[in-house]
Unconditional design. Sequence first.
Lengths: 391, 312
Amino acid sequence: MKANCWTGRNSVEVQDVPEPSILNSRDAIVKITSTAICGSDLHLLDGYVPTMQKGDIMGHEFMGEVVEVGPGITDGRLRVGDRVVVPFPIACGACASCRAELYSCCENTNPNAGISEKFFGHPTAGIYGYSHLTGGFAGGQAEYARVVLADANALKIESDLTDEQVLFLSDILPTGYMGADMCDIQEGDVVAVWGAGPVGQFAMDSARVLGAEKVIAIDKETYRLDMAAAQGYTTIDFEDTDVRSALLELTGGRGPDKCIDAVGMEATHGASHVHLYDRAKQAVRSETDRPHALRQAILSCRSGGVVSVIGVYGGLIDKFPAGAWMNRSLTLRTGQCHVHTYMKPLLGLIEQGKIDPTRIITHRLPLTEAPTGYDLFKNKKDHCEKVVLKP
Amino acid sequence: MKTDPRSTSRLQHDPLVRGLGWASALLGVPQVVAPAGFARALGVGDAFRHRSATTAVGVRELAAATGLLGRPHPAWLWGRVGGDLMDLTMLTRALKNHNGRGLGRTVAATAAVTALTATDVYAAVTRTRRSTPMELTATTTVSRPPDEVYALWRDLERLPDFMAHLEEVRVTGPRTSHWRAGAPFGKAVEWDAETTEEVAGRLIAWRSVDGADIDNSGEVHFVPAPGGRGTEIRVTLRYDLPGGALGKAAARYFGEEPHQQLDDDLRRFKQIAETGEVVRSEGAPGGKRARGEFPQHPARPLTEDELKEALA
């Protein structure tokens, strides 16, 4: 079958690989009908996330039709022919973390947990197509994929919603939603979102659904800000505006009640000297992540507010404003998305028309053109916001 | 080298070790008191450099004597071997540049030191412990009640499913079993074990019986976790690692990290207890062999041949 594989720093290639087979008794094989390129794939592409190997299949946002079910799924919860969306973190559903709905912290699904423990202190869940640190699972930018513990990890779609309406339940829609959910939004809240990429857009939509009075989008790509403005959100272009002053102005000097970092480890910064400082530290490996958005969110948030982090961090950061965080009683909340918690309620919101996930799709390409998709998305060419691939 | 009190007391009553200690003392005293006479007796001349070398050797001998008779340790025996080699080097040089006077005495001294070296090597090799006692502990929490977790562990023949090194466990009687495990460098070790203590739902303890390739013992405690979170499993393993400290370092160099391995073993036990089996990925398709495979298989489906090997 064809699959989009990592072949080295900043290089992916569609290759012919063997078709997947059942490795565990509760596996299922899915014939993929739609798959997508995620912002976090870009962290893998350029080597910021360690433990990628040449030939790894990329992709953790995929859906399709079940074509084979392992002998361990006996209760009929999943059958050949079912149409499913697959959450990116693999959860066992039985460990203490899963029982507490911390699915991305599942204690059982990462065969390389010992390595992940060295990086993170405790192990994290397996993730499809997301380096060997998260288990070395083949990804979903392919014609077929193996779904692990499939009876606990596939959401059946029984309505006639299109692929594009439900595909993003696999990651970015729940991720954006969890960013807003962690904010514990109250009536009258002003929510600022750093990053108007796909996850940022969904965080904005979710903040509004959850009752935010005003939503502010912060980015430097005009087309992405325009996309937010079209939804009625206020925008700040950090290339030509001082973000903190603008936020104070928009909030009567209070600062946003809730701040969402939908940027993560590869942030760019309006001030070039700050950006250069972090680039230099990254180059000599004394810092792995560039936390501009996080620093700014903490400094801007009103006292007692919540800073919610859904942008991906992988290692260590410098100049964390601990003083602002501590002295102003800020709450910092974060996590890789616990997708399983949000899939069903969000499917309901899509069915009711309260969220339209298709609004962010700008490019539809055949799987064989995946490398073009990566180029468009990474380099923000042709106003690229979200690429959907069709095998 | 760490001083092991047991080996000190053992060596204190060892006639060979005491003999070598007294030999050191008997050689050291005249060398320090009358270096010129001693050097002449060896037929190597009594120039300043000969006298000072003799004094230095004497001081070394007295140090060895103090160590071997006072707080004996294999390190002192190895020290003697080193000293012997030094002496042989000096005597060989003396023979090469000999002026002929007392050549017979130098030859005799060289022969004597050679014999002494052989004795020292024998003593050092036989008195050095051939293994290092290791104690490993690991713990994990499994979201199942203690009785169930205990029963799963008690099914000894399933242990190789999650313990990376175990190849086979065969129950041979109500309290006995036969174990086979892979060892570093592709060797296999076997032993018979007997259950020494067993409290249903709480504890299993065992030890290897005489004649084991590696003497080992261990125990597993099953403790209810607070807040109804299932069972805390606490494992202690004790074994004598073959090859002593050197063997341990070599094994580590080749990727055998016993603590990490026991942690991973427990993680896989938890996977079996909570999900039914050891989770496999395309990168680590061999399940329990995951850590030994780095760099791993790429995260892509396996070919038919690879699949057969991984699932074998």
